[in-house]
Ligand binder design. Structure first.
Ligand code: URA
Length: 266
């Protein structure tokens, strides 16, 4: 019977193990879910359940994680304007602020779609739709992500051309980037840069590879979705059309390596 830890295979109720309910809700991996359940952080119908294989009836049972309801069937897609200084993780052992501090308590659990460094601000998508997250983070999909970069020093045309072609990092050659010089000041260069991968600290490392250093990094766009005028620290839900557009990759062009040029440099 559902919710009691044993399963009657003849019945047609929508059953899932507790571990699956948490991972499907986008809260974390199955391994993480098992450890949270074991640690007594999950309740079913008000009672702590420590067995990850406990059967849950999705229509009837109420599952809560750290006291918050887990509603795995309601899909939610958020666009947050992440401030600098916030971590993209769920909880920080050192007690630093995380993006979850900016989300209301009434929301179901959502996970970040990819990560932004603590010092990066701007557009962060969060969802409990694992298919959506997988689609956008899958390297095959090559979702374009656009950043405003303040880079130390005056970047030469040659350096910009190298970024456009792709640079060698310790984890291999990057795909070509689109790079547009916005302006130079006496000591730094502002560029807009679009990349189609999501490697760890990729923009920072690409800048280092051409002898510069990122002084400020803001993500402004993923696919067709722009941060627009959304206030820093605030979030909004994506529209159904925006979700569909991202899923279908309408904005995704798939250029071949070497097919890019720096555009619109001034
Ligand atoms: N590239 C980086 O270096 N950092 C980010 O946060 C995102 C992309």
């Amino acid at each position: 019977m559902a919710g009691t830890g044993s399963r009657d295979k003849t019945q047609k109720r929508p059953l899932k193990t507790l571990e699956r309910v948490l991972s499907k809700a986008g809260i974390g991996s199955r391994t993480e879910a098992r450890s949270w359940i074991g640690a007594g952080r999950v309740r079913v119908n008000g009672k702590t359940v420590r067995d990850p294989d406990h059967w849950v009836d999705l229509e009837r049972d109420r599952v809560a994680f750290d006291g918050k309801p887990v509603r795995s069937e309601q899909k939610i897609y958020l666009l947050l304007n992440k401030p600098k200084g916030y971590l993209t993780t769920y909880r920080d052992p050192e007690g630093r602020e995380t993006v979850y501090d900016l989300l209301g308590d009434s929301l179901p659990y959502v996970s970040p779609v990819g990560r932004l460094d603590m010092d990066t601000s701007g557009l962060l998508l969060l969802t409990n739709d694992t298919q959506f997250a997988e689609r956008l983070t899958n390297p095959e999909y090559k979702a374009p992500k656009t950043y405003l970069v303040k880079a130390g020093g005056i970047l030469s045309e040659e350096s910009l051309a190298r970024l456009c072609e792709g640079v060698e990092l310790r984890d291999g050659l990057t795909l070509p980037a689109e790079v547009k010089r916005l302006r130079d000041t006496g000591t730094c260069t502002f560029v807009e840069m679009t990349i189609r991968e999501g490697r760890n600290r990729q923009v920072r490392r690409m800048m280092e590879a051409v002898g510069s250093k990122v002084l400020k990094l803001v993500r402004t766009k993923i696919g067709d979705i722009e941060i627009g005028g959304l206030e820093i620290g605030k979030y909004r839900e994506l529209t159904a059309a925006e979700v569909k557009g991202l899923m279908e990759g309408r904005s995704v062009s798939r250029p071949d390596r070497g097919g890019h040029r720096a555009s619109g440099r001034v």
